[in-house]
Design a protein around this ligand. Sequence first.
Ligand code: TRP
Ligand code: SF4
Length: 331
Amino acid sequence: MSHIVLSGIRATGRLHFGNFLGAVTNFVKFQQQGNTCLYFIADWHTLTTLEDPEELRGNLIEIVKDYIAAGLNPEQSIIYAQSSVPEISELCLYLSMIQQMGELERIPTFKDLIRKNPDNVNLGLLTYPVLMAADILGPKATLVPVGEDQVPNVELAQSLARKFNYRFGDTFVVPEMMTQMIRVPGLDGNKMGKSESDNAIDISSPIADIRERYIKKGVTDIERKRASDPGDPYNRCQSVYAVHELVTSGETESREIATACLNAKIGCVECKHRLVDNIAKILGPFQEARAKLANRDDYIKEIIHEGGKKARAIIKATVEVVRDKMGIVVY
Ligand code: TRP
Ligand code: SF4
């Protein structure tokens, strides 16, 4: 069955290797399988924790460059900015009228966000999941791939779709959620890219810098004091061995590394060198494609503009129906 796949990303920074392997690689697969794919930059969601408008403007363009260089094809996927579609915010308003506030206050992602921004508990943070529901329901997405942390938000979108359909008649598709994305550990062994930590690998860094970061900061089996001690790759080496399993192609090489580690036949430095060699095989072609886009901002803006037009046409049609069902007439 072909899907309408939709996913968004906030423009708070650049993509890291975790986004690249965990999300973008899947986006490319969905595109190749002949689904209708909508991938957008959630620039309004970024405003909930805005630091610098200039940074937001820049990040948006750079993320789209990363998407294109990683293999998203603007002829096949609809790539756009949320703010290019004003009907999304209109839909958010309509949905907010059937959303109970208490339920929003209890959402774990909201509690998490206020914990991180105790000095800036703005209304946007509270309505964040409603805006996200508008992102998802506007184009009638059938499949939403997201990380584990977004589960409560997508569940809210599902419940809003059901609620609206129940009250106003069948209008929205209740989307399926996909969370089985690869979880890529960062240098400290925790999930890559948690904003508080410095554990991410920047996909645009020169391979030499990535190597240095792994050698200096990659946490290995802490109980392995010397190279002559056997290590435990499976249980105690989350930052290096777990990544080997993701990037070292073919079981044979990763098995061989695990066995060598268990038998103290390989040192951690050599092991890290081999890991980075394999990361380079993946990032090399990406970085080459990315370099060609470095000075092509106008081309990227054109892609976003065209994507916005396509997305808007789709979402507009849904919002017209919603308006009508709720009794709004635009005179
Ligand atoms: N909240 C998501 C995140 O931080 C980004 C996002 C916004 C999103 N709207 C979406 C993801 C709609 C999926 C669908 O990762
Ligand atoms: Fe981890 Fe490799 Fe060191 Fe084993 S040899 S502990 S797998 S870095």
